[in-house]
Design a protein around this ligand. Structure first.
Ligand code: CO
Length: 412
């Protein structure tokens, strides 16, 4: 199980190649792809639809008992290549980047970085992935930054994060040429790109007794993996209908053409139901789990956590509550997901953010407001959230998958 999850995380990074991989897994499990631009006369059985870096998959016969939905996000904070990236200084060839989402900037320093994503070509989009260490953001030596240990590391995202990728003079069009080769097209066919950097250190089981996983993108590939496992193990004629949605753009607020606040999920549910008349009553019998990483209590900073809501690695899925609806869970949702954990034979924990710190959010409130479906925010406990290299427990992802499976099978 752990090896399978680590392989899932290390395969070329999301959102685009990641959704491609989920799509390949679904296809080999017998799911049929639907085209958003075509009529859907039959949505029964195992199907999926893609839009950009997002995907909705389902197992469905009738929606009379409503939908059981698992949502997760495919994107992670990272560095993204700019539109005119060719740059250089002091004898180095460099690549212009922007910061995507709330990345821990220091975690991108001194790493072996590859680059992956999607290019627009005259014959349509092509994916590419350069999985060798072509890039590095070198940290300033301590001899040139004497106060760094006392005053902390200050990084200006415009000035200090530009990676190096060669020596000599950067020629205009160099990035396009490199990407073209990887995508298998001619350089003049590369019209534009969505390209992002990724750390190449392989994911690994770790700790004295293998109790940890050290990996990139645990937030939120662990939830994508667990949700995919739950859907694959659901019967093709699942009642209630089982739905998995993997959304792009959570890390930048979910408001986009295919993020959790988009029409993707409501439109897919309406088409699965067959009509708005059938959909609306089905929504009242439905429930959603928004699956995303949760903060384990950090042993070096226990004072940053709410003292009555200690979260431990290895103690099962975490249900997240927030009075101000940064998480969508209410009392009934908490009770329902706790019951699913119990049915699966795994524990559960309750997370509340400190009252004197602003709370993060996730796709839960967006999915809930777009569909009107009661939603529970839950996930796997982890440390180093939004670092290029995160960590979680080795037992928890499998336990979360079991809890999500039990949730899909529970009557609404
Ligand atoms: Co997340």
């Amino acid at each position: 199980m752990t090896g399978e999850l680590l392989g899932f995380i290390d395969a070329c990074p999301p959102p685009f190649p990641g959704v491609e991989r989920a799509h390949a897994t679904l296809r080999s499990a017998g799911f049929t792809e639907m085209d958003e631009a075509a009529d859907w006369d039959d949505t029964a059985g195992s199907r999926f639809v893609r839009r950009g870096g997002s995907l909705v998959a389902w197992r469905h016969q009738t929606c009379e008992a409503g939908f059981r939905i698992i949502g997760a996000h495919t994107d992670s904070p990272n560095l993204r290549v700019t539109a005119q990236p060719d740059a250089g200084r002091a004898g180095f060839r460099q690549l212009g980047v922007e910061v995507y989402g709330g990345a821990l900037l220091n975690s991108w320093l001194d790493r072996d970085l590859g680059v992956a994503g999607r290019v627009a070509t005259p014959s349509g989009p092509r994916l590419f992935c350069i999985d060798r260490p072509v890039l590095r953001v070198p940290q300033l030596a301590i001899h040139l930054d004497r106060d760094v240990s006392q005053k902390g590391l200050l990084l200006n995202p415009q000035a200090h994060l530009t990676p190096v990728w060669g020596l000599g003079l950067q020629t205009p069009g160099e990035f396009a040429a490199v990407v073209a080769e990887s995508a298998g097209v001619a350089p003049d066919e590369v019209l534009a790109w969505d390209a992002m950097l990724h750390d190449l250190t392989p994911s690994t089981a770790a700790g004295l007794d293998g109790e940890f996983l050290f990996a990139p993108r645990i937030d939120n590939q662990v939830s994508c993996w667990a949700g995919l496992q739950a859907l694959l193990h659901a019967p093709a004629d699942a009642v209630p209908s089982a739905v998995l949605c993997l959304f792009d753009h959570e890390e930048v607020g979910s408001v986009s053409a295919h993020g959790a606040a988009s029409t993707l999920l409501p439109a897919a549910l309406e088409r699965i139901a067959g009509s708005r008349g059938r959909l609306l009553p089905a929504l009242t019998r439905s429930m959603c789990v928004s699956a995303d990483g949760a903060h384990a209590t950090h042993p070096n900073y226990p004072e940053r956590h709410e003292p009555n809501h200690h979260i431990a690695i290895g103690q099962g899925p975490v249900i997240k509550r927030n009075a101000n609806q940064r998480y969508a869970t209410d009392a009934l949702g908490e009770a329902a997901f706790a019951a699913a954990c119990k049915k699966a034979g795994v524990g559960h924990q309750l997370y509340v953010h400190r009252a004197d710190l602003p709370c993060g959010s996730t796709i839960g409130p967006f999915a809930a407001s777009a569909t009107g479906i009661p939603t529970v925010d839950a996930g796997v406990a982890q440390l180093s959230m939004h670092s290029a290299r995160e960590m979680c427990g080795s037992q928890d992802p499998g336990d979360f998958a079991l809890a999500l499976s039990a949730f899909l099978r529970a009557a609404a």
